[in-house]
Design a protein around this ligand. Structure first.
Ligand SMILES: C[S@@+](CC[C@H](N)C(=O)[O-])C[C@H]1O[C@@H](n2cnc3c(N)ncnc32)[C@H](O)[C@@H]1O
Length: 358
């Protein structure tokens, strides 16, 4: 029988060494396990927490290593260090139960290292190590957010709260505010060009609008239910010009505002990705904006915090930014709006609303 730490250790090995996606793997492992609700919660915390805090855990451990241990033992030591430093697990349980997971010949070694990790205060070599992010993310958010970067980074190390809409759909509140900012109304024709898995499209349809949900990826488009779905590239959308009252571009982005939602995302995304995503977003803006009818709205959103992926994009030809705030939850940000993760305990997002003037 597997206990919670065994399941967590198995998941972490696959995330650390096989590139498995933390959220997909955890879902399937928990689906197969017979663990209690409480143990499932504990596995989730251990897997997501150890993955987020990987860099900080390595710093806690590396102080006591003479040479790099085998990869499985690295993962096990991270799991132990996470429990000791971040999860508030009592030291005897964190060490004792983690040592049990080690192959017999390695138990003395794991025990010795974890005891020292638990006993020895650390002087962090940098904020990026302490907060457990790649250097470039910390530098980027500092240059974008100044003093607000650290609270954002701290908040994105905490689990995301669960928010459930009236219709039972799980969706982060800031995403709900993006759908509300479209101001969908009965009888309106709305195109959502990057719609999968359908969170915002279904919210807009629930408000009475006729929504078409399009997405490039078939396997993701299949997740959308309750609205008509089209598999299409937003860079070459198969719709006539001026055919929608509103078009929503919830663009593919670096996700730097939503890092707490996917524990492994910070280790996957790279700085050059930001640049190529910004180029894709510009292409989508240019291709999707002509689909809006004169006087209609184009709404652009991203769950990242960088200007390069939002307010630095040129305003599409024939459009002006709408000056009215979408609601008082959004802070003014250039010609758009932004929420930071620490503002309302949501994902961080940027939103821009444009009106077609000609
Ligand atoms: C931020 S997600 C959308 C989330 C969705 N709006 C929701 O609320 O559930 C971005 C989506 O853009 C899609 N995508 C990426 N490149 C695209 C393209 N060139 N054309 C259309 N969709 C694209 C991705 O498959 C992904 O589903």
């Amino acid at each position: 029988m597997s206990n919670a730490r065994q399941v967590a250790y198995r998941c972490l090995q696959r995330i650390d060494h096989d590139g498995a996606y933390a959220n997909l793997l955890l879902q399937s492992e928990l689906g197969r396990s017979k663990l209690s609700e409480r143990d499932r919660g504990f596995v989730t915390e251990l897997v997501y927490g150890t993955t987020r805090m990987r860099r900080a855990c390595d710093a806690l451990i590396d102080r006591f290593l003479m040479k790099e241990p085998q990869p499985e033992l690295c993962t096990l030591l991270r799991l132990g260090a996470y429990q000791l430093h971040f999860a508030g697990v009592a030291a005897h349980a964190a060490v004792g139960e983690t040592v049990e997971l080690a192959p017999r010949p390695a138990r003395g070694f794991v025990n010795a290292i974890l005891r020292r990790v638990g006993d020895t205060p650390i002087v962090w070599p940098s904020d990026a190590v302490r907060l457990s992010y790649p250097d470039w993310i910390v530098e980027r958010l500092r240059s974008e957010l100044g003093d607000e970067a650290e609270p954002a980074l701290v908040r994105m190390n905490e689990p995301a709260p669960v928010s459930i809409r009236d219709d039972g759909y799980r969706q982060d509140l800031a995403s709900q505010w993006v759908a509300a900012a479209v101001e969908p109304a009965a009888g309106e024709q709305i195109l959502d060009v990057c719609a999968a898995p359908g969170g915002k499209a279904t919210a807009m349809a629930a408000a009475g609008a006729s929504v078409i949900a399009a997405d490039l990826q078939l396997h993701r488009a299949r997740l959308i239910t309750g609205v008509p779905v089209v598999v299409a590239d937003a860079v070459a959308p198969p719709f006539p010009a001026s055919s929608f009252d509103k078009v929503l571009i919830d663009a593919p982005c670096s996700g730097l505002g939503a890092l707490r939602r996917r524990a492994d995302a910070r280790w996957r995304i790279t700085e050059p990705d930001v640049e190529s995503l910004a180029a894709l977003q510009r292409d989508i803006l240019a291709a999707a904006s002509p689909l809006v009818r004169p006087d209609g709205w184009l709404i652009y959103s991203v769950c990242t915090l960088t200007a390069e992926e939002s307010i630095e994009h040129p305003i599409p030809d024939g459009f002006e930014a709408i000056a009215a705030p979408p609601s008082d939850r959004w802070r003014p940000y250039g010609h758009g709006w932004r929420v930071l993760p620490q503002d309302h305990d949501t994902d961080g997002m940027v939103l821009i609303r444009y009106r077609r003037t000609s």
